[in-house]
Design a protein around this ligand. Sequence first.
Ligand code: HEC
Length: 244
Amino acid sequence: MKKFVLVLTLLFSGLAGAAGGGIENDHIDIDLSDQASLQSGAKLFNNYCLGCHNMQYQRYERSFKDLGIPTELGQEYLQFTGEKVSDHIKSAIPAENAAKWFGAPPPDLTLVARVRGADWLYTYLRTFYADDSKTFGVNNKRFPDVGMPHVLQELQGTPRETYEQRMVDGEMKEVYVGIKTDGTGELSPEEYDEAMSDLVHYLVYVGEPGRLKLETTGKWVLAFIVILFIFVYLLKKEYWRDVH
Ligand code: HEC
């Protein structure tokens, strides 16, 4: 029984650790009609994430087609290991090695946006921070003790936790107020946030590629209804003209 309780406690504390970490998610509005943002997200993913993570349910050609990327351009700039466009988007490193190197296997990311949600991902990608006690010298606010290195450091610079003295329940306390970069990255903080927004948009699209069509079709349907309404209204006026 004792063992059982121990296992349960470990399990729940593990889950809480993976999901929580005591910070709120930052919100992101998702608009899949922005093709440039999706293209930039795909580029970021293939450059910075595909080294370790698969997207094994998505084929290159599907991404290219849906995002309006011509096949030759896609092959030249978004495929690196000589696969066919009809191949699934797979990482070159074998899962067992990755698990050994990082302490945990990098999970497939095809459905991660559905599992975690866009806000969670947007927060996770923006809350890595320097932590010398960790193997890779980084930790994460959203996912404490994560096994993933901060692969976007060259873009963001070195991120650090920042604290401020604030009044909490009548007492002055050091309160965590966010992550600040040291400015050594290629992108400004605003540009980094935008790049992460693009990346999350791409992950949301891959999690549900049909939604892209639905959203575009939805807009046409709405436009159609508005136009129809105008005609119906004019028609109604015409019918009732003699009655009034
Ligand atoms: C060097 C290898 C490596 C690269 C490159 C990498 N990751 Fe990871 N990632 C990992 C590992 C390992 C884990 C598992 C960590 C754990 O469970 O502790 C992980 C976990 C994650 C998770 C958490 C998944 C979950 O639901 O638990 C997300 C999201 C993620 N990575 C996104 C990304 C994105 C987006 C990129 C590209 C910007 C990226 N990763 C690049 C190794 C990598």
